[in-house]
Each structure stands twice: as C-alpha cells, then as structure tokens.
Design a binder for this molecule. Structure first.
Ligand code: SDX
Length: 431
C-alpha cells in the first residue's frame, strides 16, 4: 500500500478531520478511518460492507468492472488453462509459482497427509444418513481441533504450516466420506499414487466390489473446478474465517466457521440452488415466466447463479466454467444435456433483458458449475462441499496472511444503535 500525502477532508459540526488516503497497487484508493471515532466521535455506517476495505491483502484481486480475477497477479483463465490445483495452492500460500523441486515437495507433503485420524470415523457415524454433507463437513472439520492439538498454536509458524497442509490434504477425504456416508457405501481411503483430483474422484465413486479407473477427462475437469473456486478476496466465508481467527481461535475451528457461512444459498450454496432452479424450469419455453419472477421485487425468487457483489461484468470463472461444461459434456457424450441447454438459453435471454443489464447482473461462478458436477456423477448436495474443499486453501492463505500481520487486531465492529435509551426496571405487578 503506497502512503500518499493526499487526505480526505471531513467537516462534522464545524470540526475538520483530514483522513489519510492510501493508493493500493490495484483497485480503488482507500480512506483510513481508524482514528475517525477517537478524533471525530462518529462511526461510519456500511452494513454488508459494500464500501469497506477490512484488511490489507496481497493474495487475490478482483476488478469487478472488467471481470478480472488475479491470484498473486496471475489471471484466473491462465491458471485454469496452464496450472493445476496444488500449484495454485502453493501460489496462494507462499506468493509465487513453485519451481520443479518446490512443487514436488509440496505435493508430497499434501499427498502423505490425506488420511484422517481413524478414530474420526466415529464422528461420521453419529450423523443421520440423510444429513446434508455440508452439516457433516462443519462438524467433522470443527472436531479436527479436538484431534490435532499439535497444529493449533497460531503463534508457532511451524504449527501454522502443519495446519495449512493438513486442511488442504484432508478436506477431500472429509468431503468424500461425507458423500459415501450419505449413500450408505463404505469409506474409500485415499491413495498416494493418485493426483489430488483423481484421489477425490476415486474416494467418491469407487466401490470395493470392482476396480475403479479414474477418467482423465473428469480428473482434469475436477482439478479445474478446484482452481476456479480456490480464493476470491474478502467474500463472506473468508471474512468469517478472518474474523473468527482474529480472536486467536485455532484455525481448524475457524475453517469450520467458514464452511458454515459458505453453505448459504446467497454464497456457496448457490451452485446447488442453481441446478435445482434449472430442474424446476425444466424446459426452455418456461424461462420467460422465471425471468418475470426474478424481476418482480415482490417475489423473493432470484436467478440463482446470477449477480455478484463485486462483478458488474461477467465473472471470469463463469466464462471458463461454461467452456469447460461444453468440453466435458461433449467428451462424455451428453452435450444435449437439457439443463445445459436451459442454462445457456436463460443466460442469453437474461443478458438481453434491460433489468439485468441495468443492474449489471451476469452469471457467476455458480451458474454452470452444477451442470458439470451433475454430469460427472455428483448429486446436488455435494456441490457446495466441493466448493468448500476448493476454497479451503483460500481461507487458509487469508488466515495465514492475517496472523502473520504484526498490525493484526481482534475484529470488533460497532453499530448504529436504534434501540431503547436508558429506562428503569418495572416490577411485574406494575406493568
Ligand atoms: C458466490 O463474494 C464473493 O466473492 C462470493 C463468491 C466467491 O467466490 O466467494 O463469488 C461466490 O457467492 C457467488 C454468488 C452466488 N449467489 C447467487 O448466485 C445467488 C443469487 N445472487 C444474489 O443473491 C445476489 O446477486 C448476490 C447475493 C450474489 C449479491 O447480492 P448484493 O451484492 O447484495 O446485491 P443486491 O442483493 O443488493 O442486488 C442488487 C439488485 C437488487 O435489486 P433492487 O433491490 O436494487 O431493485 O439486483 C437484484 C436485487 O433484487 N438482484 C437480482 C439478483 N441478484 C441481485 N435479481 C434477480 N436475480 C438475481 N440473482
């Protein structure tokens, strides 16, 4: 962040405050209001944080107007095409692309930590069979802090590193076992001779009664989906992890908080909601009625997978996901997939509609992902767990950056109070 001599002058009841302005390496300038209350005795008011920079970060940058997403400066479309998920994990965690030795060592450390403590199997068995896999992930990841005591001291750099590798390594196993538990099939253990995406697919879809060969088309598509969901600035779940971690709580419990936040249909739960919406629409000729509902302010219905707080142009991840949907479904011989046809027609109609143009509503990362995941064999309840698995590296990288920042303070927002002012207690017989 570049210090500038520029200031923003604020006049409040005859008092003048000059607030420093900082220029970032990219994006809008920021006004430093840290002394506003102490010097001006006022708060700012920004529910939903539409205009608030909550931290100084160098991991991910989004240009919402241009529809650009950079991870440590590298564009997401180049990473999706040329990189692979564990290399993107290294980039997000350590700030640079690894050389051959570094990526081999990193992949080996992740690969050799994919197993869960065997006693943790009991946590899965405590859930009802019809429990949503996200409920299982919240519970099991939170329970990790009761098992892995040697990676919960956030002030020990080595323990922070161990926690980071453990979470990235074990999340696919937890997600796959949550899926297997919901199907009544036995858990499948990870294998060290498979790459990250292939391991996850095998843990989800193989059964003891026959050999399972990973389809390289699905493995590449899975890895690309992991990359597209890896990190995304200070979104709701990442902000949850940062705020929870700012109290010094252990990272395993804080990641569980992030999973809980991601589950909401306005956030990571939108991929499941979007596919269910496409199923409800069913046919292309039913689209106009749903568009009408989405535009009706009195109707709570929204086009799931559309709109974004930051992107006011096409989400670059949606662009890559749409290309991947065509490629994967074509290679799987299901290019005539009805939901994909409805999705494409829905996008075309919406983008020609003034309502969506005026509000700058475009497809986001969740619009096409569900079509691919369903074609790969996942049921809708696994869509958000896959998002959570992918985003774990983003949560951990942002957590690491915050813990290592000497200026870190516990997060404690204030409020605009609109409740009762002081009044005396009234005995029940006098009410
Ligand atoms: C993710 O933050 C991140 O980076 C998140 C994410 C990540 O990688 O971490 O990108 C992942 O969460 C993507 C978003 C997934 N959610 C959805 O697809 C759910 C549908 N989208 C909406 O709920 C909404 O667009 C949000 C929640 C995504 C954004 O909401 P905002 O920024 O608070 O915008 P808003 O609700 O104030 O909407 C602005 C206007 C409103 O109309 P008016 O009140 O001004 O008349 O646009 C309308 C909204 O009604 N609008 C929609 C709409 N989204 C917004 N109208 C119809 N359909 C929609 N999808």
């Amino acid at each position: 962040m570049a210090e500038t001599q520029r200031t923003a002058r604020l006049e409040i009841d005859g008092k003048t405050l000059d607030l420093p302005i900082y220029s970032p390496t990219a994006g809008p300038d920021v006004i430093d209001i840290r002394n506003l209350y102490s010097e001006g005795n006022v708060f700012t008011y920004d529910p939903g944080f539409t205009s608030t920079a909550a931290c100084d970060s160098s991991i991910t940058f989004i240009d919402g107007a241009r529809g650009e997403l950079l991870h440590r400066g590298y564009p997401i479309d180049q990473l999706a095409e040329k990189s692979h998920y564990l290399e993107v994990c290294y980039l997000l965690l350590y700030g640079k692309l690894p050389n051959a030795d570094q990526i081999e060592d990193f992949e080996n450390r992740v690969t050799t930590h994919t197993m869960l403590h065997e006693q943790m199997v009991n946590f899965f068995r405590g859930f009802r069979r019809d429990a949503h896999p996200m409920a299982i992930m919240v519970g099991v990841v939170g329970a990790m802090s009761a098992f892995y005591h040697d990676s919960t001291d956030i002030n020990d750099p080595w323990q922070r590193e161990v926690a980071s590798i453990r979470l990235i390594a074990k999340m696919p196993t937890i997600a796959a076992w949550a899926y297997k538990y919901s199907t009544g099939q036995p858990f499948v253990y990870p294998r060290n001779d498979l790459d990250y995406a292939s391991n996850f697919l095998r843990m989800c879809f193989s059964v003891p009664t026959e050999d399972y060969q990973v389809n390289p088309i699905l493995s590449r598509a899975m890895d690309r989906i992991f990359i597209l969901h890896a990190d995304h600035e200070q979104n709701a779940s990442t902000s949850t992890v940062r705020l929870a971690s700012s109290s010094g709580a252990n990272p395993l419990a804080c990641i569980a908080a992030g999973i809980a936040c991601l589950w909401g249909p306005s956030h990571g739960g939108a991929n499941q909601a979007c596919l269910e919406m496409l199923e409800e629409i069913g046919e292309v000729d039913r689209i106009p009625a749903f568009i009408t509902r989405a535009k009706d302010r009195n109707d709570p219905f929204r086009l799931m997978g559309f709109g974004h707080r930051v992107y006011k142009n096409l989400d670059p991840r949606a662009k890559v996901m749409k290309q991947s949907a065509d490629e994967v479904l074509g290679l799987l011989g299901v290019e005539k997939n009805k939901k994909l046809q409805v999705a494409k027609e829905l996008e075309r109609i919406a983008l020609e509609d003034d309502y969506f143009a005026e509000k700058k509503l475009f497809p986001n990362v969740d619009f096409y992902s569900g079509v691919i995941l369903e074609a790969m064999g996942f049921n809708t309840s696994m869509f958000t767990p896959i998002f959570a698995l992918s985003r774990t590296v983003g949560w951990i990288s942002q957590w690491k950056e915050m813990i290592e920042d000497p200026a870190m303070k516990i997060g404690r927002p204030r409020q605009l109070y609109s409740g009762n002012t002081r009044r005396d207690y009234v005995d029940v017989e006098d009410r």
